[in-house]
Design a protein around this ligand. Sequence first.
Ligand code: TRP
Length: 460
Amino acid sequence: MSDPTITTPSPVDVTGEARTGFSSRLGFVLAAAGSAVGLGNIWSYPTQVAENGGAAFVLVYFILTLMLAYPALVAELMIGRYGQSNPVSALEKLPTNRLWQPVTRLSGFIAVLMICLIFSFYSIVGGWIAGFALAPLFSLAGLNDAAQWLETFSPARNLILAALFVVMTLSVVNGGIKNGIERWSARLMPLLLLLLLVLIAMVMTQKGALTGLRHYLVPDFSLINTTLALNALGQAFFSMSLGVGAMMVYGSYLNKSCNLPVVAFQVCLVDTGIAFLAGLLIIPALFVAVDLGITIYTPEGQLINSDTLVFQVLPALFNGLGTLGIPVALAFFSLMTIAALTSSISMLEVPVSCLTERAGMPRKKAGLLICAGVCLVVALITVWFDPLFNGVIILTTHYAQPLDGLLFCLFAGWLMGRNRKLNELRQGWPEAENSLFWAIWPWYIRLVCPALILMIFFMQ
Ligand code: TRP
């Protein structure tokens, strides 16, 4: 980074000493966008689009991101910045009436538990991505069997690569985020963006791509129903890392001179933009693959392997590039591994900040303990993949994240009081009181957000 004002774009206090914040707005936006942009954008979003009827899903997803995820993100950042501590303590501090404290504390504990579960399934997918990044290197070295093993679904591969991903996350967190991953990601994420754009241009020239493009951009409104809306809601909350305290921790490291609604909007824009581009690559690529004779849908139009869709479609695309395919695959999956790591460090940070601040545990020990627990859960999931993998995803992303996010909106709306909210907004935005945002947002998170989220659930 050439900007001299950005000295510590790090969300995490690596040494465990004083609570270091983001020294600049850009630093924060980069780190929070690093948390938001990850496998949710490139693995889960295109899969959901393919599963839920293309453009109809895209439309509902964008509307829900703006109407629900954005205001919830502001609420979560605000609770975090107000609390200046880990999510459980920040939530505990929120109500002035002590009677509410057990409730807010409990929601915090649930969030911590859920984020550990999210970290578990995320590591499995992160491991797959890392495996696909390593495979081209193994092939180049002539180790074709090993490359094949890395790319083929098996419990052993799933477990070993997931453990590798957990260890990478831990070593990034322990080894110094300031000098490592944050700087890297600031440099490498634009590269990922560029690569996406180049690949999109390449895909568009292939047979079948235009059918895919139409599927992605022209909505069939008859496909919109409550299941689709619930899926889109879960995806929006997952993609913006909401409802489980990750953005709360980031908010707690956020400088008081930052304008909350503006930075939240920027994070939202980056996250949604990258998701949109990933869809623009993968949905046409999927139709190209279908055109090449790869079976992706059943005769009834159901996706055959939704978990691994992206891992079928992208390698097919890269193989079609001939020898160029190997470096492209290497670049794409390496960049994705890094994007996944900037997300997983924000997951690990939640339980670690709780253990260090609430139980006084040293940072490294806390990280080790959590990672050991997560590896155990990963082992369970890999052994009993079929019900557990999707079960954990549904429990955490479809239910826990929107519902806990709803609670956070209610807490910020009803327990935090107008004055405390306004004070928090005014720091970094002195004119907040006369803004349109302030005219709408407080009652919006009190009533509209919770009502809409509940409506989507109950209509299901
Ligand atoms: N949002 C990230 C993604 O799209 C994943 C993520 C990071 C996350 N931190 C989170 C999801 C916390 C839920 C909760 O890949």
